[in-house]
Design a protein around this ligand. Structure first.
Ligand code: NI
Length: 255
């Protein structure tokens, strides 16, 4: 069986506190790489610690829109410093979340744009979170395109996927393609060119059916891949291999 590259997970999440080591050791059987995505400065540090401990884990460092309010004055300098560490391979996860609106929207936009600029300066890919914010999100992305990176847990239309790809970015698909109402994600899966597709879990969240609502881990990607492989008319192993090559090129190309 082909080994999995999980392009988006959160193993620093408290839902892994009880058995993190067991889970991460067991994953070696199925998984060859994981990008552990940060949400704030502290979790960026945790991601780098995990990456130091486990050879197959890499870190994305950045400020999630939920955490964008009340940042220290030198937050961007701190992100830049963390991004300079050996196993930091991306700026993420960064973006806009107008579903929860935990942070005022103008601050979300400022913090996101500043990190996109930083990523361009450092020549690192971005990992983008876009929830119910397509209008403002794409206004910012267009301004900085072309861009390297991924829109994770892609929730837009096939048309928006087309624009994302034309800007140079990848489309990240996860457990949502297995949900009952997955018509649009499956249209996107069908459209997205093989060389621009990444597989992800967002573990511990977004477990695919039949594990929906339970704690997710990177081995669940096989279920998601099976669904996408069906609509693309390839084997599950072929899909997993292609998505892995894409992620290796995007995130590990310079490491
Ligand atoms: Ni995430």
């Amino acid at each position: 069986m082909e080994k999995i590259f999980d392009s988006h997970a959160h193993y620093d999440d408290e839902r892994f506190d009880e058995d993190r080591q067991q889970v991460l050791e067991a994953l070696r059987q199925d998984v060859c790489a994981v990008i552990n995505c940060a949400s704030d400065l502290e979790s960026a540090r945790c991601s780098l610690d995990l990456a130091e401990k486990y050879d197959y884990i890499y870190a994305a460092v950045g400020i999630h829109p939920h955490e964008a309010a009340q940042l220290p004055a030198d937050w961007l300098g701190q992100v830049e410093k963390l991004a300079g560490e050996e196993k930091a391979v991306a700026i993420g996860e960064i973006g806009l979340d107008y579903h929860y609106d935990f942070c005022p929207r103008d601050i979300q936009k400022q913090v996101f744009a500043a990190q996109v600029e930083l990523a361009k300066k450092l020549n690192l890919p971005i990992i983008v979170h876009d929830r119910e914010a397509h209008g403002d999100m794409y206004e910012i992305l267009r301004k900085y395109a072309p861009l390297a990176g991924v829109v994770h847990c892609f929730s837009g239309s096939a048309e928006l996927a087309r624009e994302t790809v034309s800007m140079g970015m990848h489309i990240g698909l996860g457990g949502a393609v297995t949900f009952k109402n997955a018509r649009v994600p499956l249209e996107v899966a069908q459209f997205v060119p093989m060389e621009r597709l990444l597989l992800e879990t967002d573990a511990p969240y977004m477990a695919p059916v039949p594990f929906r609502g339970k704690r997710c881990d990177s081995s669940h990607i096989r279920i998601t891949a099976e669904k996408i492989a069906q609509v693309k008319g390839v084997t599950t192993d072929e899909l997993i291999a292609r998505a892995r090559e894409n992620a290796e090129k995007l995130f590990l190309g310079k490491k």
